[in-house]
Design a protein around this ligand. Sequence first.
Ligand code: PLP
Length: 352
Amino acid sequence: MQDWPGLIEAYRTWLPVSNSTPVVTLREGATPLIPVPSIAERIGKGVKVYVKYDGLNPTGSFKDRGMTMAISKAKEAGCEAVICASTGNTSAAAAAYARRAGMRAFVLIPDGYVAQGKLAQALVYGAEVLAIRGNFDTALDIVREVSDQYPVTLVNSVNPYRLQGQKTAAFELIDALGDAPDWLCIPMGNAGNITAYWMGFQEYHQAGRSRTLPRMMGFQASGSAPLVNETTVTDPETIATAIRIGNPVNREKAIAARAASNGAFLDVTDEEILQAYKLLGGEEGIFCEPASAASVAGLLKRKDEVPTGATVVCVLTGNGLKDPDCAINNNDAAFHTDLNPDLGTVAKVMGF
Ligand SMILES: *Cc1c(COP(=O)(O)O)cnc(C)c1O
């Protein structure tokens, strides 16, 4: 097997890079598309369901796809520092790629609402972490002002290079399936990823690489569903912290993607998210973070509308290891503790 060069080299002709762009890469992309028969069975009708497991990117989320582009272009422009607001994964990716490029990385996070694994990453990758007493939306307002007033490049998904990098996930889906799926199920926070996927699907379609275009099915947590409810949520709440965003910056683009693809938005409760999360882990051996499970929860909620024989892809945006607290607190595992250290005890607990 040939060594994967990272997504900028793999899809260079589709991306706004030139020979003078310094490519900053951790060999992100080329993530697996995994069949999930237990989900397909729950839908029936000969439907095929896959997950695009983007939790296997170098920092454990799809944010790496956007960050390789954003940081490469920032470096090309001579920038020496980047900043982002983050529910966790953007900060992990920004920190890793910025440090690899020799830049400073400043990350603003909502104090107390970032999963442990993500915080650990930002610290280990050497970011300068600023935890504010406020939510993601407030943090984003601040970093936008900072980047306006100081020589620091903003790498949130308002940075257009982020979406350029992220659109390659749609290319990979078509390259793997031979055509676009019928449905693309995806969680929405700031709605950059759904926008990027739609861009990728359209570009490949226009170039004749796919016959069809998917319906874009976007899902939000019920306590944080500004797109579903066509509103702004001032106090978003959900166990899925990666999509705990009340005022998505890519709102208009996401709505346009829904309209153009004949798609739909729907919310799923935290309970439904956790059910899907456990199902993926317990029946498929796939550990994703709660926000990612929203795509599968949404599909199951809409299962009656899936056409017979359809191919569905659910995007698993981040790795389950990002949020160990959620995992420990939400599982149906048999966990026997405080046992005597002898064969008799162990065998008995095992049922022998
Ligand atoms: C960022 C993120 C999302 C939301 O993506 P948007 O582009 O903000 O809609 C979903 N899941 C995970 C794990 C994320 O890190």
